[in-house]
Design a protein around this ligand. Structure first.
Ligand code: BGC
Length: 507
């Protein structure tokens, strides 16, 4: 199979075929996204399993036994939240280390490191005999996530023929959602296996980790990374192999050129502090804050817990999580289809209104009908699940994939890897905050938590309206000229930079 990729009229079109080799490389690398998604989805189910709670969190288990004593607070336990959140804190640190490894050694070894971290982490977590082992396992998994999430999107962008980059980037998010769904299914089935179902659930991540480890032996290094590290001949050969055409000179020259410019920037992090880096940096960081404070992970991590809170039994709650997981996967395809047609802004704005309505309805039903004790009636509980599904749908075609896509396409090459690392670590930080705080917030604010998320959705919708420009169809290296310089707000930083350069030239 070799599909010739044609230009979409933006930027230089280099001749390329979508080769089987590129396809295989993309699939193997995207397994990194699958493991990330699996880790996101698995903790909620495991923390709802009695065998697991009895062993590691007996106090929470005790509280749960006095069923319906306090719906909103029965899972509130800092250590239980630490089980979920420790992974993201480790991933935050991991992504900075990974950014250095990515530049010094390449994308491929970074992915290999990720898989080794995953394997050891899975072994410790699934085999845990005490809470320390469990948390250390989660921390190693977190390092895996940090390394994987830094290397995989960069790898995908660099290996993809230019004209397929947007769609291939969202393959990462698609794999994340598939990972969450698989985790929900695994939770559903292992919940009935006593007493070691939770070990099977946590151990499941070992399968994709092995695929990533062995798979990453057969994938290539990206031409950009090879050339960046002065392995020009090898880079040229690899480019020829992945593009499937003889004449790759033009693309090769353009990579060499980009690497030359990038090599003049000795310290990309310093460069990130310059005014001209501010637009993509601020947007890249805020996108992560908004993505997480929209409340998505309150649902992804704690869906089974949340559904139990509104009155489903354990199994029905897990089943509902499987339903939200499927909707998450399917709706991501809508994002893949629309992102280059309607553009990024349309998706962000449409979904903000859409998600706001859903959160408000869920909040109102819970505020009206869910007492501290007792459960919702069947009908209301079903309405809650329906609105949770609609909410997930809106997120899946907008803030989910765009939180990764926009930071990967708005930095110039010289700050792309460093800027992306900052975005990844912000994502991990805010994910950590939500994972650590959600159950306590649910306990303290009760149904008010949904109004809290609603308020954030209003803020992010307004931010998108005024500050996030359209990048649809703009060649990645034209972004400063075509996007930032004409923008009503961001142009001030770009002009400041031009003035600054003028002054430097004159002196
Ligand atoms: C977010 C995750 C979230 C997932 C849901 C991703 O884009 O970064 O935090 O759990 O989407 O599908």
């Amino acid at each position: 199979m070799a599909v010739v990729v044609s230009s979409n009229g933006n930027g230089p079109a280099f001749e390329a075929k979508m080769t089987i080799y590129v396809f295989v490389c993309v699939m193997i690398a995207a397994v990194g996204g699958l493991i990330f998604g699996y880790d996101i989805g698995i903790s909620g189910g495991v923390t709802a399993m009695d065998d697991f709670l009895k062993k590691f969190f007996p106090a929470v288990w005790e509280r749960k036994q006095h069923a319906h004593e306090n719906n909103y607070c029965k899972y509130d336990n800092q250590n239980l939240q630490l089980f979920t959140s420790s992974l993201y804190l480790a991933a935050l640190v991991g992504s900075f280390l990974a950014s250095a490894v990515c530049s010094k050694l390449g994308r491929k070894p970074t992915m290999q490191f990720a898989s080794v971290f995953f394997l050891i982490g899975v072994g410790l977590a699934a085999g845990a005999v005490n809470i320390v082992m469990l948390i250390i396992g989660r921390i190693l998994l977190g390092f895996g996530v940090g390394f994987g999430n830094q290397a995989v999107p960069l790898f995908l962008s660099e290996i993809a023929p230019a004209q397929l980059r947007g769609g291939l980037n969202i393959v990462f998010q698609l794999m994340v959602t598939i990972g969450i769904l698989i985790a929900n299914l695994v939770n559903y089935f292992t919940a009935t296996v006593h007493p070691n179902g939770w070990r099977m659930a946590l151990g499941g991540a070992g399968i994709p980790a092995v695929i990533l480890l062995f798979g990453s032996l057969i994938i290539c290094e990206t031409p950009t990374s090879l050339i960046e590290r002065n392995k020009n001949e090898e880079g040229k050969e690899t480019l020829r192999k992945i593009r499937g055409v003889e004449d790759i000179n033009e693309e090769y020259e353009s990579i060499v050129h980009a690497c030359e410019i990038a090599s003049q920037v000795k310290d990309p992090y310093r460069k990130l502090l310059k005014p001209a880096s501010r637009p993509p940096l601020i947007i890249g960081m805020l996108l992560q804050l908004f993505q997480q404070f929209s409340g998505i992970n309150a649902i992804m991590f704690y869906a089974p817990v949340l559904f139990q809170t509104v009155g489903f039994g354990s199994n029905a709650a897990l089943l509902s999580a499987v339903i939200t997981g499927s909707i998450n996967v399917l709706s991501t395809f809508v994002g893949i289809y629309l992102v280059d047609r309607t553009g990024r802004r349309f998706l962000l704005l449409q979904s903000s209104v859409h998600m706001l309505i859903c959160q408000l309805i869920i909040g109102i039903i819970l505020a009206k009908d869910l007492e501290t004790t007792g459960t919702l009636g069947k009908a209301q509980a079903i309405v809650v699940v329906v609105f949770v599904c609609l909410y997930v749908m809106g997120f899946a075609w907008s803030w989910g994939p765009l939180g990764w896509l926009i930071p990967s396409e708005t930095f110039p090459l010289e700050t792309r890897s460093a800027g992306f690392a900052v975005a990844v670590s912000c994502n991990m930080f805010f994910t950590f905050v939500i994972a650590q705080a959600f159950l306590s917030m649910l306990c303290g604010m009760r149904s008010g938590i949904f109004f809290f998320f609603s308020a954030w959705i209003i803020v992010m919708g307004l931010f998108a309206m005024f500050f996030i420009p359209e990048t649809k169809g703009v060649a990645i290296d034209d972004v400063p000229e075509r996007v930032w310089k004409p923008h009503w707000f961001w142009k001030r930083y770009m002009l400041a930079e031009d003035d600054h350069q003028d002054v430097e030239k004159r002196t």
